[in-house]
Design a protein around this ligand. Sequence first.
Ligand SMILES: Nc1ncnc2c1ncn2[C@@H]1O[C@H](COP(=O)(O)OP(=O)(O)OP(=O)(O)O)[C@@H](O)[C@H]1O
Ligand SMILES: [Mg+2]
Length: 315
Amino acid sequence: MRKIAVLNQKGGVGKTTTVVNTAAALATAGLKVIVLDLDPQAHLTIHLGAEPETIGSGSYKVLIKEGRLEEELLFVRPNLWLLPANINLVGAESELVSVVGRETILREAFQTVEDKFDYCLIDCPPSLGLLTLNALAAAEEALIPLQPHFLALQGFGKLLQTVDLVNKRINPNLKVKGVLLCMFDSRASLPGEVRADIEKFLDNARGTNYAWSQAQILPVYIRRNIKLAEAPSYGKTIFEYEPNCHGAEDYKKVAEFLHTQAKLVPETGDVENIAQPPLEIRPISQPDSPTPPAELTETTAAHPLESDQHKENQI
Ligand SMILES: Nc1ncnc2c1ncn2[C@@H]1O[C@H](COP(=O)(O)OP(=O)(O)OP(=O)(O)O)[C@@H](O)[C@H]1O
Ligand SMILES: [Mg+2]
């Protein structure tokens, strides 16, 4: 299983939107995907149409070791499972304060599900506290969504240093995969400048042993698109809400990019030789009946291709 933590301590940069829609694209292509809501705001849970108050806080239970990961996963779409959150998760940080090894609880919880899924995407809260640390200790790749606006880079160095610290002290497998530019407006001049600054920053680390030495700005970016902002209030992914908009197009490309790119290998600094086959991303449909995680070893066929008219929805 490939585990990707999606993080940025800045709020509202596109973390949850990226997790939901990238995961949905991967799941639609037939890959078995779990998404973890590690944010007490429970936006990921809500975005996938689940009700945080009635559904309970699976991530809280897993972190305080009252629940096993595979038992707390909810089947939310074909090939897609959610570890939900609710406001209880706020308590985890203080409840775990005296627990030895509290940063690696999630990593341990993964052990029993490791072989059953292809991908795990973790939606982190907008902070660098214990919840984000658990995500970083468990993942091998960190993906940083970033909104290229004024002050976008403020805190960026600290974020990378935090990943580096976790890499050196807790999780040598962890690397920064890259930066995903979200809510990108190519007509404005500022995004280009921010992009150049990030590139320069990342280039300076090439050949070093920093956890971000192989990081790149993803060659695909997410355009500002009103449909992406509307979809969560209907509890839908972008592929269910408006499959032909720019947002759907962009997140398909992100999923394709991540899947076709080889996983970073920390020891050598090289990438694995065998890249994944290209993804064929198809529109997602709602599940008829939930399949329990126990049946995950079976391959589920992707869904039939739906109509393909293209409609521009850029704002
Ligand atoms: N490309 C986009 N175009 C327009 N709106 C977007 C886009 N991406 C995300 N949004 C909207 O911007 C807001 C913030 O996005 P999102 O919730 O994904 O950010 P976040 O980093 O997870 O926030 P938080 O730090 O609060 O968890 C949401 O209302 C979302 O619907
Ligand atoms: Mg969020």
